[in-house]
Design a protein around this ligand. Sequence first.
Ligand code: HEC
Ligand code: HEC
Length: 320
Amino acid sequence: MLTDLIHRIGLSFRAVANLLAILLAGVPVLIHAAAAEPGQDKTLKLIAPAVSTGTGLLLEPALTLPEFTREKFEAAMATVGPEKIHKPWTNPIVTLPPHPRADAKGLTHDEVRAYMTEVKRLFDTGQALPLSDVGLVSTQEDVIRKPMLNHIAGFSNETVRAYLLVQRTSTDKGWSYFAIVQDLTVTPVLDYFAEIKKTGPKFEGTSCYKCHSSGPLAIHPAREDLVLDASLAAAISRHIAEQPRSRFVFPEDSPKPPTGEPLTLKFCARCHSEDGDRDRLYQVQSHPIRVMVDFGYMPPNRRLKPEEIAELKAWLEHKP
Ligand code: HEC
Ligand code: HEC
């Protein structure tokens, strides 16, 4: 019940812990234990398992990947270097040193790239706390239709929130590196996206925006057993879901794609709009929309009624 309340009023764990600390000043030991071990955090709700609700919104049959067993999953994940993943943790987000320019108002592109290079270095040297999963949104539909293996780690200081994604499909050999850095020194916060290549980070926009309409995406494993540490996944996902509203930075050579029509159906747009919790959604985001709704994640607290599904389907299929 407390969890529901916290979700509804949108308080962060830290805010609640602080509040409790004030209310329960007489029992500081208890609070201390809770704050020191978010791994034991009772307010942490595990991510609901992905099960298709059969809305008819998917363009391809839902995949359950029966041949991709837990053993195969663990072995595939460990090919990145077993010492880099599935580590013990207390705080799910790794704290970065303070930014050298304390009064920065707007990071330079070089500073953003330096953060991206640094989070990759932390991962490569076993100093990150990645969750490891097969991602639902990238595995379903026609994107690749085989397990997409993700290691995702979060980092932060007062200046940035940074995320690293180390990714390959189940049949590829090498891992690719992607990063998102949120510049918190400006309002609205700015989101930089990049692929980290051998030569360093290369800013991207066009392709990322098709799924990342509001910046970093909450975590959704493709199947309940295809995640190495479900508590860590839930903790990182909550950190992502609590992110500030932000604006996507499109580099000149990777501009915003044509968006198609905005999604104005009120059962989505009351949260996804210019001044909502999340940014407006467009037809260009139809892939994550189909998957998130069919697997019952959106809207967050209820199932759509058949007539609402029909309205959404008509909008997805409408040619402007
Ligand atoms: C097909 C949809 C899709 C596209 C296109 C895409 N992403 Fe993602 N990305 C996701 C999903 C879904 C997750 C969460 C995965 C999970 O649950 O394991 C994610 C996670 C990430 C993360 C980890 C932080 C977070 O948001 O959870 C980074 C970093 C990232 N993506 C970078 C990029 C960059 C950079 C691009 C463009 C070059 C890109 N992505 C394009 C779907 C996409
Ligand atoms: C009560 C508010 C609310 C409603 C209503 C809602 N969403 Fe969301 N949506 C969220 C939040 C918060 C997130 C980010 C956290 C998460 O993914 O769990 C999100 C995430 C998403 C994402 C991933 C992109 C992003 O913004 O991170 C998609 C796609 C999405 N929603 C689609 C929909 C669709 C389609 C509907 C209507 C059928 C809908 N949502 C209704 C709150 C809402």
